[in-house]
Write a protein that binds this ligand. Structure first.
Ligand SMILES: NC(=O)C1=CN([C@@H]2O[C@H](COP(=O)(O)OP(=O)(O)OC[C@H]3O[C@@H](n4cnc5c(N)ncnc54)[C@H](OP(=O)(O)O)[C@@H]3O)[C@@H](O)[C@H]2O)C=CC1
Ligand SMILES: O=C(O)CCC(=O)C(=O)O
Length: 419
């Protein structure tokens, strides 16, 4: 039976409520956390290459800044909605809390398929968005970054436009920038690397050997491709990857670097037609293959009541934000599938965004190894803390992650006198 609601914002609220109840926080805590502090909607006029004007709707949602400036990516996707952006900003607050970085949660988005635009149109849209949200962002206020459909180049355009608009030199106002323009080494790889190290750590906890272990990964963008690359480097066998075009499968493992090169050659970055696969399956097939680890690294609500019983993986490591519905989550927990929740599994991106911001503010330049070492230390600690809390309270890993994080945010709100 289809689930009643798949509204990501309602799901985010349910997750926060469940953890507040488990923690026994005063009712004021959920009352404050149930809605973003501010949601800005903008209409961005863009001069198209044919001379016409098209307007695009964009959002910036600022969920909570008790701990520090709002932080979170900007999504360019045709299915962006106001509620999706609100949900993503809520998840950001607790993701930053999980890894203990001094930020609150924010998120932005524009309703657009970026692949439909020329490079010039994309630049004008990105600059228009930066101008439109300039009054509510800043290096110490709200720091956007890349998400689905956005890139380092887009961040560089946005910094440039923000600086022109405000007249201030503030390279740290956006993170995820190209390395040659105030970016950090290891940021591009960070989210996928984090997903891979969290899966490796979980496998270790379950006494499973990563060598030759079959893995399936949904989504082959920034997160999915690097998660696949690092899983392969760690000795696992990535038998399946997918994107909107198809699932590629090879029982002996796909050559991930070769698929990455292949995808880079297409404007739309699709993987279909790669010659090194044994079979091309339907794009949804990736979720239910016979593997030990499944990594959903695309969009929300892909593991749901109508496919959850077909999932064979023992570990699900959520590279995407919100890939599992509450009902599917409950079923996986009952079946003993270990779900590493998004707010931990994909926290590597924002963690290294924080390192980029620190380097920008302090004019430091850290090496690739230094950044990855700091990232791994921070994420492993978060994993250990959540694992301990999970065992202490006999809850699933997601609830434990929210409990840890909500406590940090609630303490900050209390000390600031918000309740
Ligand atoms: N980038 C980051 O640093 C972070 C991202 N995340 C989350 O990770 C997820 C992926 O983000 P990111 O990799 O940056 O985004 P990208 O835009 O780089 O990639 C998204 C990928 O998902 C694929 N995809 C979209 N719809 C489907 C579908 N129905 N079935 C299979 N694949 C699909 C896309 O395919 P195609 O290219 O063919 O369209 C693409 O491969 C999102 O949930 C994002 O919020 C979380 C933390 C940080
Ligand atoms: O790097 C960042 O600041 C945010 C990344 C992001 O949007 C996310 O973690 O979902």
């Amino acid at each position: 039976m289809a689930e009643k609601t798949l509204n990501p914002f309602e799901i985010a609220q349910q997750q926060v409520k469940a953890a507040c109840d488990k923690l026994g926080t005063p009712p004021e805590v959920y009352e404050i956390l149930k809605n973003p502090i501010r949601v800005l909607q903008v209409s961005i006029p863009v001069k198209m290459d044919d001379g016409s004007i098209r307007t695009f709707i964009g959002y910036r949602s600022q969920h909570n800044d008790a701990v520090g400036p709002f932080k979170g990516g900007v999504r360019f996707h045709q299915d962006v909605t106001r509620d999706e952006v609100k949900a993503l900003s809520t998840w950001m607050t607790f993701k930053c809390g999980v890894v203990g970085i001094p930020y609150g949660g924010g998120k932005g988005g524009i309703i657009v398929n970026p692949y439909d635009l020329s490079e010039g149109e994309l630049e004008r849209l990105s600059r228009g968005y930066a101008r439109a949200i300039a009054p509510i962002i800043g290096e110490k206020i709200d720091i956007p970054a890349p998400d689905v459909g956005t890139t380092g180049q887009i961040m560089a355009w946005m910094v440039d436009e923000y600086e022109k608009t405000t007249g201030r030199f503030e390279p740290g106002v956006f993170t995820g920038k190209p390395v040659s323009y105030y970016g950090s080494l290891a940021r591009t790889e960070a989210t996928g690397f984090g997903v891979a190290i969290m899966a490796r750590y979980a496998a270790q906890k379950k006494g499973m050997d990563l060598k030759g272990m079959p893995v399936a990964i949904q989504g082959f963008g920034n997160v999915g491709s690097y998660a696949a690359m690092y899983m392969e480097e760690m000795g696992a066998k990535v038998v399946a990857i997918s994107d909107v075009s198809c699932t590629l499968y090879h029982e002996d493992g796909l050559d991930i670097k070769a698929v990455m090169e292949y995808a880079q050659q297409n404007k739309t970055k699709v993987i279909t037609g790669f010659s090194g696969a044994q079979k091309e399956l339907d794009r949804n097939a990736v979720l239910t293959l016979d593997v030990d680890i499944l990594m959903p690294c695309a969009l929300e609500n892909v593991i749901k009541s109508d496919n959850v019983n077909d999932i064979k993986a023992k570990i699900v490591c959520e590279g995407a934000n919100g890939p599992t519905t509450p009902e599917a989550d409950k079923i996986m927990n009952e079946k003993g599938i270990l779900v590493i929740p998004d707010i931990l599994a994909n926290a590597g991106g924002v963690t290294v965004s924080y390192f980029e911001w620190v380097q920008n503010l302090m004019r430091y330049n850290w090496t690739f190894e230094e950044v990855q070492e700091k990232q791994e230390k921070s994420m492993n600690k978060a994993f250990d803390d959540i694992w301990a809390l999970m065992n202490e309270h006999q809850v699933d890993m997601r609830t434990a992650a929210y409990m840890m994080s909500i406590k940090r945010v609630a303490d900050a709100m209390k000390l600031r006198g918000w309740y």
